[in-house]
Design a protein around this ligand. Structure first.
Ligand code: 3HC
Length: 302
């Protein structure tokens, strides 16, 4: 594929120093994987309290990884955890963090204006070679990048939850992303131990474009009374070998996230029946029953 702007001044960037903006589930997971594969990571969020929680999440997840990977060598496992944690520093000052970064990856709230403001500010502070990327699940990368002057060095890197376990990364190039940038992002994904797929900057890229309508159809199936939640979950696990059923998985991802994606698509294409709303989904989100993270969604959690 030939991509737009390309200049000999911007070579393939080998990514060593990574700044991750957003210490939530996704940001912490990406930070963990990048640090585990020898990158120097700065994790940025708005408060030290949030960042403390992110580090706790990383530690907890590393323990699970180590339990498997170093099953017979607990000391080597502990050593590995300490080494990885050493590769992660935290900061509440994105502006100074990006000054020594090869890659700035954003995993903050799905709000276009907030993302645009962030990148436009960091664009003035980051070195010329620094690649910017967004982990957005549903907003167009070309809209997020539009407020910067590095359209050629801007792309998407979309990870999946739980990041340490899920092997896929969607690498997204806009019509302005240079081939060098795209190749650097593909290569970075491989160095993380993931398998990248190349995506166009289209709504939902590959996975979510297929997956979110499936989750919604499961809810509508239930609303029509065609099966219980439990039976639909069992059916999809045992019938087609999915590790989680659609209701379990929706609770795991967060109902707010799924609804946000679908609402955005419906606004763009209101007549598409694949994007039809679900009363139950709207009701649960309005009640703050967002899934596992709030203790209740389609199911209740202790
Ligand atoms: N960190 C590290 N290791 C983890 C982990 C985490 N967060 N979560 C699970 N594991 C590992 C551990 O080794 C765990 O063993 P442990 O219980 O001894 O710690 C092992 O996985 C098995 O986990 P569980 O026994 O809890 O359950 P499963 O065997 O079902 O595996 C799963 C868990 C990997 C999450 C699996 O159920 C799965 O693959 N589910 C589907 C997830 C999925 O579809 N994700 C994509 C969501 S879409 C998305 O993210 C895109 C967004 O834009 C919406």
């Amino acid at each position: 594929i030939r991509r737009g702007f390309s200049s000999s001044a911007v070579r393939n960037v080998v990514i060593k120093q990574v700044t991750i903006i957003g210490g939530g589930q996704m940001g912490a997971g990406i930070a963990q994987v990048a640090a585990s594969t020898g990158h120097s990571v700065t994790l940025v969020d708005t408060s030290d309290d949030i960042l403390k929680k992110s580090i706790k999440t990383i530690e907890g997840s590393l323990k699970r990884v180590v339990k498997k990977k170093f099953a017979d060598k607990p000391e080597a496992g502990e050593e590995f955890i300490q080494k990885v944690l050493k590769n992660v520093s935290t900061s509440t000052d994105a502006g100074s963090a990006v000054k020594s970064s090869d890659l700035v990856l954003e995993a903050i709230v799905e709000n276009l204006k907030i993302k645009q403001d962030l990148f436009s500010r960091l664009d003035k502070l980051a070195p010329a070679h620094t690649i910017f990327a967004s982990n957005t699940s549903s907003l167009p990368i070309s809209d997020i990048s539009s407020t910067t002057n590095r359209l050629d060095r801007f792309g998407g890197l979309h990870f999946f939850n739980p990041v340490p376990m899920m092997k896929l990364v969607e690498v997204i190039g806009t019509s302005s992303t240079s081939q060098e940038t795209f190749d650097s992002l593909l290569n970075f994904s491989k160095v993380l131990g993931k398998t990248p797929v190349s995506c166009k900057d289209t709504p939902g890229f590959i996975v979510n474009r297929l997956f979110v309508p499936y989750l919604y159809e499961a809810v509508r199936l239930y609303e029509r009374g065609h099966g219980s939640k439990e039976d639909i979950d069992i059916a999809m696990k045992l019938g087609v070998g999915y590790p989680m059923g659609p209701f379990e998985l929706s609770d795991y991802i967060g109902l707010d996230t799924i609804k946000f994606i679908m609402d955005g698509w419906r606004e763009m294409d209101p007549d598409n029946t694949l994007f039809a709303p679900s009363e139950l989904m709207d009701k649960l989100v309005a009640e703050g029953k967002l899934g596992k993270k709030t203790g209740e969604g389609f199911y209740k959690y202790k």
